[in-house]
Design a protein around this ligand. Structure first.
Ligand code: LMR
Length: 393
């Protein structure tokens, strides 16, 4: 049955975990997969998460299935967080999913169900798992310009020019904040322009919301989502709790459906639940139960925001530190884009060959196009890193 299978190449981001682990050099640096690291290089469990886990251990009475849509308290707390408001409008509904990727997959299955001839536009570049997820459902993928790799900035003009040509009814996949892989986000004014075009052309926004709270405040990072939700007829939002709660392996996320009216929302939701049933039967509980306990308890919620701010601040500090270290080396290389970008990632501005050279010669690991996870930078390794960058440049 399987004898004709050829070998599938490993995922370019996930393979870096193994490569870095197997590298015996003591001064190796991991700027690969998107997980937060503290100043000692560890990916810690947030204190509030630990506390919520203890609470669950002590109080949870059953491991029976939760329903297809997950836990109602979790869903409404997440909906309020994602949309930065208390929603009472039944044009909106949120369901629990096994992390952000499952949410993306469920959403695309849903869209494909409604239109066999669907085109989804993704930013060029985008997260390296977006296109494989879209391909796995069999929708057409098109690309909109996003990043000006010569000047290391958002290519807003080209983005707008393209949006203005996208046919009505097509879907545009947007990153709510902390664009993965470039870290370059539209400003609030630019989001307003984008939203106006989306409304005018009747394009369906599909938002990947994986980094809320890692660029600015939770509310500021919800700006685009909130703006669009108030203006568009329909929209889907795939959210993840992997990064902002540090729950990577526990797979906590949501899918939010924004519909024209309550009736279409109810009907759409029923299709979503049918897809979930065939995909994973029911969503996993643990990570979402942790999030629900935190978000629905004022004291824990406030402490979570403090911990999240520390994560965000460390990312900003490490951006500044690398920029400074590169400036100190007085090369021609302009690294100022590092401090303009948001969240975990930036494009460093090096070639694929230079990425390979940094890995082989210096033990510095980053995704093939030169995406760095700034959380991998520390005060101890920043000079080694800056030297390696200058060397390959
Ligand atoms: C990343 O982009 O590195 C993360 O979202 C992890 C992943 O699954 O790719």
């Amino acid at each position: 049955m399987f004898e004709d299978f050829s070998l599938v190449p490993p995922d370019p981001i996930l393979k870096l975990i193994v490569e870095h682990k197997n590298d015996s050099r003591t001064n190796k640096i991991d700027l690969g997969v998107g997980v937060f690291r503290d100043a000692t290089g560890n990916t810690p469990i947030m204190e509030v998460v630990k506390e919520a886990e203890h609470y669950l251990l002590d109080t949870q009475q059953s491991k029976a299935y939760i329903g297809l849509a997950g836990d109602a308290d979790f869903n409404s707390a997440m909906q309020n967080l994602i949309l930065d408001q208390n929603i009472t409008d039944d044009r909106f509904s949120t369901i629990q999913t096994a992390g952000g990727s499952t949410s993306l997959r469920v959403a695309i299955e849903l869209m494909r169900k409604s239109s066999k001839d669907l085109t989804v536009w993704v930013s060029e570049p985008t997260w390296n798992n977006h296109i494989p997820i879209l391909d796995s459902v069999g929708v057409k993928v098109a690309k909109y310009p996003y990043y000006d790799a010569v000047n290391n900035q958002l290519d807003f003009e080209k983005l707008i020019e393209c949006l203005n040509k996208i046919p009505s009814g097509d879907v545009v996949l947007l990153h709510a904040c902390c664009h993965n892989p470039t870290g370059m986000d539209p400003s609030p004014d630019q989001w307003k322009v984008i939203t106006d075009i989306i409304v005018k052309r009747n394009i369906i926004p599909f938002i990947d919301n994986a980094y809320q709270g890692l660029a600015n405040s939770l509310s500021e990072d919800a700006f685009a989502v909130k703006l669009m939700a108030g203006k568009v007829r329909e929209m889907l939002i795939a959210s993840s709790c992997s990064k902002n709660f540090g729950l990577y392996r526990d797979r906590a996320g949501t899918l939010t459906i924004v519909s024209e009216n309550a009736k279409t929302n109810l009907h759409t939701r029923s299709h979503v639940l049918k897809i979930v049933r065939t995909m994973c039967s029911v969503p996993p509980d643990h990570g979402c139960a942790v999030v629900s306990h935190i978000l629905n308890n004022d004291k824990l919620r406030n402490r979570w925001i403090i911990e999240l701010n520390a994560v965000k601040n460390r990312l900003k500090e490490m951006r500044a530190l690398l920029n400074q270290a590169l400036n100190d080396r007085a090369t021609e290389f302009d690294s100022s884009h590092l401090i303009k970008a948001n969240g975990m990632f930036s494009y460093l501005g090096v070639t694929a060959e230079q990425v390979q050279e940094m890995k082989i010669k210096h033990g510095v690991y980053m995704e093939g196009a030169g995406r760095i996870n700034v959380a991998g930078i520390t005060k101890e390794n920043v000079n080694i890193l800056a030297d390696a960058i200058v060397d390959v440049l």
